[in-house]
Design a protein around this ligand. Structure first.
Ligand SMILES: Nc1ncnc2c1ncn2[C@@H]1O[C@H](COP(=O)(O)OP(=O)(O)OP(=O)(O)O)[C@@H](O)[C@H]1O
Ligand SMILES: [Mg+2]
Length: 498
């Protein structure tokens, strides 16, 4: 027995690992690729953003500078206008309201002024002019800009300038865009993390599902392999009756079928070899016995004859006893001679010399024997069947079978038929007798098993040996013959097609 292998990586383990690799590797590769693509896209996007940011920032700065410049310009304009108004003779001693009003009105027309008001120190209005632009204007942080300048005697001039609204809106939008950009950047930095989490979950799920599935699959396979292994161990132990039943139409199923066929053939061959060995031993014994028994038979017979014939007395009773004795001795000697003949023919069974031979030729030989001529019903097949056979031995084989058939049904017929089935020919010998009792099916092929008074029990044993010597076999069919009795089947190899 070979030592057990120290470490065992079972099919189960290999299958699980293999399937996991198959499932995970493409996932990892694609994840890596997607990661790479994501990175490239992100780089591209942030490059774009980086490229855009400076001009945007510059534009915003320009906008702020513009606003500041505008405010400075408005302040300057306020000072200039106030200086001019101060020089007009409108304020002392009394304010000439009507003239002042006119001057203020002119400001609306000439300058970018939407509202001009002159107030006293306490805030009361002395004179004012309001452009129809102003009341409907939306007011923003700086869209309207008011400048306050002193006039004379505590009077103050308030000027409200208005900037172009659409221009301001453009600049404001620029601010929004910059803010939005910052939001998008933050979001994009957060994206890869959530994508990786989802991928890890996916891989985990795949690992669980694949492991479970491959375990189930592997268990199915290993269970069946284990069955085959158990069958092999049985056979190795010598139990040729062992068979495996592995379900499934795959290779393992085929393997189990092949295994069963192989064991069946092994069993058959073992039985055949057993039969041939047994027959060879019997032939040995038969040769010696035939020799030992045959030699003294004639002297015994002669001595008894001499005793009987040399009696000259007239004791009738004694003479009768002598005749009885002679009869018994002659009868027993005849029986012994039959046995010796059987033993001799068994021990001298010639070697088979097979040659291409039409089965019909052997059957015709048989039909010519006077004791069989009227008993045989022969059904030849449509096409001749040529076997590799020894004409004399095959005739003897069939003669033994037909003889048994005649014994089984003394008034019945014996049916002979044959056919070719692939590489073998089958010859059927059927009778109309009672058949073979099930418990004697195997025993009848053993030498010296007989149910007949004058039988030797060698007929079937010799027939089987002849069949085996031809590379064929002889068997009793499991079912009765169509004629109702026993059916014996001779299997012979067909001659190689010429
Ligand atoms: N066709 C048959 N129908 C029924 N039983 C049979 C048939 N052929 C053989 N047997 C049984 O098988 C036994 C063995 O047969 P086998 O030919 O070996 O020996 P035998 O016929 O008894 O003796 P021998 O062949 O010397 O006359 C027979 O005694 C008989 O009981
Ligand atoms: Mg016989």
């Amino acid at each position: 027995m070979r030592p057990r292998r120290p470490m065992r990586f079972g099919i189960q383990f290999k299958l699980v690992v293999g399937l996991l690799l198959i499932a995970i590797v493409p996932l990892l590769v694609s994840a890596l690729l997607v990661d790479q693509i994501g990175e490239v896209a992100q780089n591209f996007a942030s490059n774009e953003a980086d490229r855009l940011r400076p001009p945007l920032v510059k534009a915003e700065r320009a906008y702020r500078e513009l606003v500041a410049a505008r405010k400075a310009a408005y302040r300057e304009a306020g000072r200039r206008i106030a200086g001019r108004l101060r020089g007009l003779p409108l304020w002392t001693p009394e304010v000439d309201v009507a003239a002042a009003q006119r001057e203020l009105g002119r400001l609306l027309a000439q300058e970018e002024v939407a509202r001009a008001v002159v107030t006293r120190a306490d805030g009361t209005i002395v004179a004012q002019a309001v452009s129809d632009l102003l009341p409907g204007q939306p007011t923003g942080r700086w869209r309207d800009f008011t400048v306050v300048e002193p006039l004379v005697d505590g009077l103050r001039l308030e000027l409200t300038f208005v900037a172009r609204v659409d221009f301001l809106d453009d600049l404001e939008e620029l601010g929004y865009v910059l803010a939005e950009r910052r939001d998008v950047d933050a979001f994009r930095r957060g994206l890869p993390r959530s994508y990786r989490t989802a991928f890890l979950l996916l891989v985990g799920g795949v690992v669980v599902v694949v492991t479970a599935a491959s375990l189930v699959l592997a268990r199915r396979i290993t269970r069946r392999v284990e069955q085959l292994a158990a069958g092999t161990r049985e056979v190795a132990r010598g139990n040729l009756a062992a068979r495996v039943d592995v379900p499934g139409r795959d290779e393992l199923g085929e393997l189990s079928d092949a295994f069963n066929r192989m064991v069946e053939q092994l069993e058959q061959h073992r039985a055949q070899i057993g039969h041939l060995q047994k027959m060879s031993a019997w032939q040995d014994v038969a040769r010696r016995l035939a020799h030992e028994i045959k030699n003294p038979l004639t002297p015994i017979q002669l001595a008894v004859q001499q005793v009987v014939s040399s009696y000259r007395g007239n004791d009738e009773r004694y003479a009768a006893m002598l005749r009885d004795m002679q009869e018994i001795v002659e009868e027993e000697i005849a029986g012994l001679r039959r046995l010796v003949d059987a033993f001799r023919s068994l021990s001298r069974l010639p070697r088979a010399q097979p040659e291409p031979l039409d089965v019909a030729v052997v059957v015709a030989d048989l039909a010519r024997e006077p004791e069989f001529t009227d008993r045989l019903a022969v059904t030849p097949p449509a096409d001749a069947v040529t076997v590799r056979g020894d004409r004399l031995l095959l005739r003897r084989l069939l003669a033994n079978l037909v003889e048994n058939a005649v014994h089984a049904a003394p008034d019945g017929r014996v049916y002979l038929a044959w056919e070719r089935d692939g590489d073998v020919a089958r010859v059927y010998v059927d009778d109309e007798g009672p058949g073979v009792p099930p418990d004697r099916r195997d025993a009848i092929f053993e030498p010296y098993i007989t149910s007949k008074e004058h039988g030797t029990g060698l007929g079937l044993a010799i027939a089987k040996k002849i069949a085996l010597d031809h590379g064929g076999d002889l068997a009793l069919a499991p079912e009765p013959a169509p004629a109702g009795g026993a059916r014996f089947v001779v299997t012979l190899p067909v001659a190689a097609p010429a």
